[in-house]
Design a protein around this ligand. Structure first.
Ligand code: MF3
Ligand code: CO
Length: 249
């Protein structure tokens, strides 16, 4: 069941989204060679709480940290660790969900660490381009398949692929709601978007093949072929004639 949010609920989503965007912006300045992913996790946790929010990933199905921090071939759900030190040339994605006053904002960015080569910067820009292309289709009457197809189209254009088992999603008072928004699909298929729906659109990009594997910790998802990965996500609301992004200034 897809929940249509009231204007009051959308205002609450906007506030959760504001805190999400702020935490990402402040964290970006801390991404440098030599810092641990645990340090970034703790700083983001502090920023979220200072803003009256709660890091909603902490404890979600037992997830043990406040943020998912995924480096290079790790595409999703990297668990921050004091032992994982960022190195010059890495790319790192910060994926966080903020709950404030009962509503959620979910966003992810992939950042370069120090000086990155063309190969890494390209991955970052492909995820962003896939997002921008996908959301250009968002308006009442559009189908979820239009968004999904647009993501896959951009990935393919660069010889990249998308995971099959991890998707974008509706979001509201719960982190994950209907509809599920895969990163691949067929235009004109799937649920129809309506004004007041709130969704998280999240292109996840694999450099080469789409096969992934979950590590023994039960969370960390990596590209099986060891290629680079990138991820870009925002929470948005479907408006009368398009969309409004809630997790970006
Ligand atoms: N933030 C992820 C998403 O984009 C979900 C993280 S799962 C968690 O949907 F367990 F780590 F919280
Ligand atoms: Co999400």
């Amino acid at each position: 069941m897809i929940i249509i949010k009231s204007p009051r609920e959308i205002e609450l989503m906007r506030e959760a989204g504001r805190v999400t965007a702020l935490a990402l912006e402040e964290a970006e300045a801390l991404v440098k060679p030599g810092v641990s992913t645990k340090f970034l996790n703790d700083e983001i946790d502090r920023i979220i709480r200072e803003q009256g929010g709660r890091p909603a990933e902490l404890g979600y199905y037992g997830y043990p940290a406040s943020v998912c921090i995924s480096v290079n071939e790790v595409i999703l759900h990297g668990i921050p660790s004091a032992k994982k030190i960022l190195r010059d040339g890495d790319i790192v994605s910060l994926d966080l969900v903020v709950e404030k006053n009962g509503y959620m904002g979910d966003a992810c960015r992939t950042y370069p660490v120090g000086i990155c080569g063309e190969r890494s910067l390209r991955m970052i820009s492909i995820a962003k381009e896939a997002f921008e292309h996908a959301v250009s289709f968002v308006k009442p009457g559009a189908h979820v398949g239009d968004i999904s197809h647009a993501i896959e189209e951009v990935a393919k254009k660069y010889g990249c692929s998308v995971p099959r088992d991890y998707t974008g999603h509706g979001i509201g008072s719960s982190m994950h709601e209907d509809p599920y928004i895969p990163c691949y699909g067929t235009p004109g298929t799937g649920p129809i978007l309506r004004e007041g729906m709130t969704i998280a659109v999240e292109p996840m990009i694999l450099e080469h093949r789409n096969a992934v594997r979950v590590l023994g910790d039960g969370w960390t998802v990596v590209a099986k072929d060891g290629g680079l990965t990138s991820h870009y996500e925002n929470t948005l609301v479907v408006t009368k004639d398009g969309y409004d992004i809630l997790t970006r200034r």
